[in-house]
Design a protein around this ligand. Structure first.
Ligand SMILES: NC(=O)c1ccc[n+]([C@@H]2O[C@H](COP(=O)([O-])OP(=O)(O)OC[C@H]3O[C@@H](n4cnc5c(N)ncnc54)[C@H](O)[C@@H]3O)[C@@H](O)[C@H]2O)c1
Length: 256
């Protein structure tokens, strides 16, 4: 029996990158997954590859109405909802003065309001299942150690950290068996990372070298390394863990 056996997860950002790796691992560990994303074609292709324990649903995390539909579709398809993984996110460069107002608004909408809407839509259904549940939110090394060149991103991920801890306390104090935790990745080799690597700001190999150097382990992480942490926190193996910051960053957040 796998670690996710009997669990039903809704995963945002499930079309590619870290979200896709999490979807794959949930199914490999015996769980069911609804892959939610704005890129429905890619999410559908992955769901088809994963078989009957996976399905896809079009969701823009900025829209609470779409969230309600995604939660309902998950329960209709798999009978319940016990795990929510808020993984969809964006990262656009810009400091406070130079960064565009669009970047600020879009980043807060997707990275912070999105998970807020998700928790708001999913928590009642997770509670109704009567089973132990888990929320795993994806933060960033940057939530703990801010970076000057991504002001909106730093703020959105630090805000999500506060939201996660508030939910963890709320559920624990009400005696609701739902845990809420965060995983903070360092630089991870996904389409998001590639957009920086091939941005033209410098030679790709220089960008790779510089990103790697911000981590004491001096390399870029792989999506599967993050997925393993997410699935651990989503599973009952982490039954006494709530409100935690689980770093998967090659030591990046402890570098002075
Ligand atoms: N890759 C990294 O280096 C890194 C580092 C730290 C944290 N993270 C975080 O990990 C998460 C996943 O990042 P990734 O690298 O896999 O990104 P990615 O860009 O490779 O994939 C993100 C996925 O989210 C989806 N998405 C974007 N906006 C959406 C929206 N409004 N509604 C629904 N889906 C939407 C995209 O379509 C895509 O499938 C993000 O929250 C990101 O901030 C990534």
């Amino acid at each position: 029996m796998g670690r996710m056996s009997g669990k039903v997860a809704l995963v945002t950002g499930g079309a590619e990158g870290i979200g896709a790796a999490v979807g794959r691992l949930i199914v490999a560990e015996g769980g069911s997954v609804m892959l939610c994303d704005v890129q429905l074609d890619k999410a559908n292709a992955l769901a088809e590859e994963l078989g009957e324990k996976a399905a896809a649903f079009e969701l823009d995390v900025r829209d609470l109405g779409q969230w309600q539909k995604a939660v309902n579709a998950t329960v209709e398809r798999f009978g319940k909802l016990t795990v929510l993984c808020n993984i969809a996110g964006i990262s656009e460069p810009g400091n406070v003065v130079d960064g565009s107002l669009d970047t600020w608004g879009r980043t807060i909408d997707i990275n912070l309001n999105g998970p807020f809407y998700g928790c708001r839509a999913a928590l009642p259904e997770m509670e109704a299942s009567g089973e132990p549940g888990a929320i795993v939110n994806i933060g960033s090394m940057i939530a703990i150690r801010a970076a000057a060149f991504v002001a909106a991103y730093s703020a959105s991920k630090a805000g999500l950290l506060g939201l996660t801890r508030s939910i963890a306390l709320d559920c624990a104090e009400r005696g609701v068996p739902i845990r809420a935790n965060m995983v903070h990745p360092g630089a991870i080799r996904t389409p998001m990372y590639d957009r920086y690597k091939y941005s033209g700001m410098d030679e790709p190999e220089n960008i790779e070298r510089d990103f790697a150097a911000t981590h004491p382990m001096n390399r870029i992480g792989e999506p599967e390394e993050v997925a393993r942490a997410v699935v651990f926190l989503a599973s009952d193996e982490a039954s006494f863990t709530t409100g935690c910051d689980f770093v998967v960053d090659g030591g990046g957040s402890i570098r002075s």
